[in-house]
Ligand binder design. Structure first.
Ligand SMILES: C[S@@+](CC[C@H](N)C(=O)[O-])C[C@H]1O[C@@H](n2cnc3c(N)ncnc32)[C@H](O)[C@@H]1O
Length: 348
């Protein structure tokens, strides 16, 4: 039993790191130290982002429900959290890399993103591979392949965000030198290695939290942090990989945008007033679960607001502080705004 549980925990080392904005990868062990004594079996990660927290909980043997309104986030979680056994094999990779298959997406990327993020050859590779993904015969294989293509784009794009044209921050890192195809093949290996069975029915969702209707023993809330100093718009930063994931279906590109972004999804967390109200709605909705909230010290609503609201629904509220340097937003690494305290509110 002990060996089995150690095996599950060492599986977490396979999780491929990203520079996802607000990722809890660096502090996941601190978070765990604060909540490991709580009794819970099912775990709902309502704003899963990079999925690092959900994947960690899968490795602890929990039953995980992971959710994000970004389709690309939930595609990754479907591939490595909901999926417990399907991997991409050599034949799948041959299909994915085939240059002869029919191109179903009418060279969308070559036609719309020429000269923006990647070279013409790389755009052709993306169009081809995106189209070949549809030839795979299994939903989880499609998610693994798509997750790998998304990872390739994020690794190849400097800073992993799509807010500027060209390689403005090319610092000569190895990631910038590898081709998109090399990144893609590396990512296939990395995500294949993430697939494992923790003997639970795990679920990946793609629902705006405002209409989420799933319950669990413990609910983890890590919403975007509203601050007047910077925007918390995830769609603006990651529009290209979100578009790639949806094949831009139903998304309208804002033509005057230099980076060809589409109109951002609405989130109650993008304005101070609606954020406070939505915290209240979420705390009410999950009043029968243990509630854990991550939030940062330079954001609104304030620490006092959140602790006050939570105590309306919970007998006991504990506020922990974790020192944390955020890996970025749009700011430079040494911007003081990035040195913040990360609060972890626990309502039981
Ligand atoms: C702070 S990040 C979560 C980071 C995550 N815990 C991690 O470790 O990577 C917030 C996430 O909330 C998502 N989000 C924002 N508004 C949302 C909404 N209304 N419904 C669902 N997800 C939302 C964003 O797409 C983003 O991935």
């Amino acid at each position: 039993m002990e060996i089995e549980s150690n095996k599950l925990k060492s599986q977490f080392l396979n999780f491929p790191g990203t520079r996802y904005m607000g990722s809890k990868h660096k502090i996941i062990n601190d978070i765990w130290n604060h909540i490991s004594d709580l009794k819970f079996h099912s775990f709902l990660d309502a704003f899963a982002g990079s999925n690092v927290v959900s994947y960690f909980m899968k490795c602890q043997g929990k039953q995980v429900i992971t959710n994000d309104f970004l389709k690309f986030s939930s595609t990754i979680s479907k591939a490595i959290i909901e999926n417990s056994r399907i991997q991409l094999n050599e034949i799948d990779i041959l299909i994915l890399l085939s240059e002869k298959a029919v191109n179903y997406n009418d060279n969308f990327i070559q036609n719309n993103f020429n000269g923006i993020f990647f070279t013409p050859d790389e755009n052709a590779f993306l169009d081809r591979t995106r189209s070949n993904i549809e030839l795979l015969d299994n939903e989880y294989k499609k998610c693994l392949a798509l997750a790998s293509l998304i990872r390739a784009c994020m690794k190849k794009q400097s800073r992993g965000i799509f807010t500027f044209v060209g390689q403005r921050y090319d610092d000569g890192r190895k990631d910038m030198k590898l081709s998109l195809k090399e990144h893609f093949l590396n990512a296939v290996d990395e995500y294949n290695a993430c697939v494992f069975d923790n003997k639970q029915n795990n679920l990946s969702l793609n629902i705006p939290v405002e209409s989420l209707d799933y319950k669990s023993d413990l609910v983890y809330l890590d919403p975007p942090y509203y601050s007047p100093k910077s925007d918390n718009d995830y769609t603006r930063r990651y529009h290209f990989v979100e578009g790639l994931c949806k094949n831009w279906e139903g998304l309208q590109i804002v033509e005057k945008s230099k980076v060809k972004k589409f109109k951002s999804y609405n989130s109650s967390f993008s304005k101070e007033e609606s954020a406070l109200n939505e915290f209240n709605n979420l705390f009410y909705k999950y009043k029968d679960s243990k509630i854990v909230v991550s939030y940062s010290s330079n954001s609104f609503p304030t620490k006092e607001n959140i602790a006050g609201l939570l105590s309306l629904y919970k007998d006991k509220v504990i506020v922990n502080e974790i020192d944390h340097t955020y890996s970025f937003g749009n700011q430079s690494k040494d911007n003081l705004n990035n040195f913040v305290k990360e609060y972890l509110f626990i309502g039981i």
